[in-house]
Write a protein that binds this ligand. Sequence first.
Ligand SMILES: *Cc1c(COP(=O)(O)O)cnc(C)c1O
Length: 215
Amino acid sequence: MSVHQNVKVILKELGNTKLVCVTKTVDAQRINESIRAGATIIGESKVQEYESKCDDLLPCERHLIGHLQSNKVRKAVQLFDVIQTVDSLKLIQDINKKAGAIGKVQRVFLQINIGKEPQKFGFMQDEILQTATVIRGLKNIRVEGLMCIPPFCPPEQTRSYFKRMKALYDEMQQNGQENFDILELSMGMSGDYRIAIEEGATMVRIGSFIFGDRE
Ligand SMILES: *Cc1c(COP(=O)(O)O)cnc(C)c1O
């Protein structure tokens, strides 16, 4: 199957759920094939890799879905419409500052370490409401969603993590504040997106289903 056909198939299956077409390691030509087929959002993991191909891409919304190192914040703010992987207060304060310097309001998602894994990035579930209080004062930030990468396990076992994310998402939507508009719940990848959607994902991030396995 071609990239074009794969995108058509997945978009049809997703219906109202948004697709982030994960394009890490994929060249600009094949990315453009996915955009022509109807993909409207792409997701990249590395700022530098994305920078090397972004000038060749057709119009689309660009999301950062990999961990953002502090020395790449300025670049990321210049290049991405949405940073999905905001995983610490220090990082979001830095993003706020760099966005302010160029007069931008940066759209972000908060990454949740839903499996409480010590080696993984993200906010812990129980610190998120307190974190929201601090974020309230950041004028160049707009929080539009939550994202997670659940622990590596068989697809069916991811369900309990997705359920927890949905509960947190519902809770945060009720705790509205000025620069919070929690619209999206970004969870689910090629191996488990169906389960994520059943549990309430509004946005899934799919790479290998569309482009084939990465090396
Ligand atoms: C690579 C990646 C994906 C896509 O994974 P596939 O299994 O190829 O669909 C989704 N989310 C993140 C954060 C990724 O790094």
